[in-house]
Design a protein around this ligand. Structure first.
Ligand code: SAM
Ligand code: SF4
Length: 325
């Protein structure tokens, strides 16, 4: 029984949990100068994560996505996956990763309970990938992706942030990429954060450009299913995979919001582009289940109808590595 309902009647079955703020990449739109630790902070432990997820599961959450920062820079990420997968009621354990060590680790993670994987891959061109992420690792990420596909996880998807340079040949390259591979590549419209206003102004491209291109190339929208997220996906008869679009600036984007976020410090964020959060960490000890459930449940009434990105207000989100995107 789902007990997580906000003041607008939206139900929450999906938790995005950041397990670290640290990252080994320097994506130009997220952490252009790399991750810098500015204070001594301990991120949630495996046991705290377990108790937190148990709380959300008691309230009706069925899907957890591990994210970051880069979740796989944590040496205990396998233990985290196993702990979350063992929580009664959790049916889907997903992770979003930049893919740097995927080829080596994915078989273990799957055995530990990972069911769904999203790999961030902004370009299929080696130079562009290097320039965007700060790492000349395109080949390694592609090998990891193919290893994941071969393992038969329930779902493997690619996220590509839509940047001015990705357009044109970039879209064509991704269309060729999914011709034989049964994978969904979703273009995510660049989001403005507190750290990146100049970058945003120079690189943002509206999702409508991709939508027009897809239609022109013969792609047709896939009928939406009940638990679909915000991505609109497209099919093409000659392609095994799918292309899609996540357009957070489009009207109505927040209406079907079904997700909550918790930061690596144990702070419940009601909106990716909101302000502040609700601390849960003090309730992650033994014998605090009832208090934890009550705080999560009542916090939901603070959730607003939607973000205010269109008004140029990204809330206090400095960059997405803080909260997992
Ligand atoms: N490090 C992991 C990764 O890159 O997959 C997980 C965390 S990352 C913050 C999650 C997703 O957010 C990635 O797909 C990334 O490309 C996306 N992202 C980061 N900053 C963004 C921005 N300003 N606009 C749109 N997407 C962004
Ligand atoms: Fe790291 Fe992911 Fe941000 Fe890139 S998008 S800098 S991989 S957290």
């Amino acid at each position: 029984m789902n007990k997580l309902v906000d003041g607008f009647g939206r139900r929450f079955t999906y938790l995005r949990l950041s397990v670290t703020e640290a990252c080994n990449f320097r994506c130009t739109y997220c952490l252009p100068n790399g991750y810098r630790r500015t204070e001594r902070v301990e991120f949630l432990t495996v046991e705290e994560i377990g108790r937190l997820v148990e709380g959300f599961a008691r309230l009706g959450v069925r899907k957890v996505r591990l994210t970051g920062g880069e979740p796989t820079v944590r040496r205990d990420i396998g233990d985290i996956i196993a702990r979350v997968a063992a929580v009664p009621g959790i049916e889907t354990v997903a992770m979003t990763t930049n893919g740097w060590n995927l080829a080596r680790r994915i078989a273990d993670w799957r055995a530990q309970g990972l069911t769904n994987l999203n790999v961030s891959l902004d370009s299929l061109d080696r130079e562009t990938f290097h320039a965007t992420t700060g790492h000349d690792r395109l080949q390694a990420v592609l090998e990891g992706l193919d290893a994941a596909l071969a393992l038969g996880l329930r779902s493997v998807k690619v996220n590509a942030v839509l940047l001015k340079d990705t357009l044109g040949p970039g879209l064509e390259a991704f269309a060729s990429f999914v011709r034989e591979r049964p994978v969904a590549v979703r273009f995510i419209e660049l989001m403005r954060t507190a750290d990146n206003p100049d970058y945003f102004a120079a690189n943002h491209v509206g999702g409508g450009v991709v939508r027009d291109w897809l239609v022109q190339e013969g792609w047709s929208p896939r009928p939406r299913e009940r638990d679909d997220g915000p991505a609109m996906e497209y099919l093409h008869p000659g392609h095994a995979g799918r292309l899609g679009l996540i357009a957070p600036y489009a009207a109505g984007f927040c209406d079907s919001c079904n997700r909550l976020r918790v930061t690596a410090r144990g702070n419940l964020r009601l909106c990716l582009f909101g302000n502040g959060g609700v601390d849960l960490r003090d309730l992650l000890g033994p014998e605090q289940d009832a208090a934890l459930d009550e705080r999560i449940r009542t916090s939901l009434f603070g959730k607003t109808a939607g973000h205010r990105l269109n008004l140029g207000e990204p809330g206090d989100t400095r960059n997405l590595s803080q909260f997992g995107g």
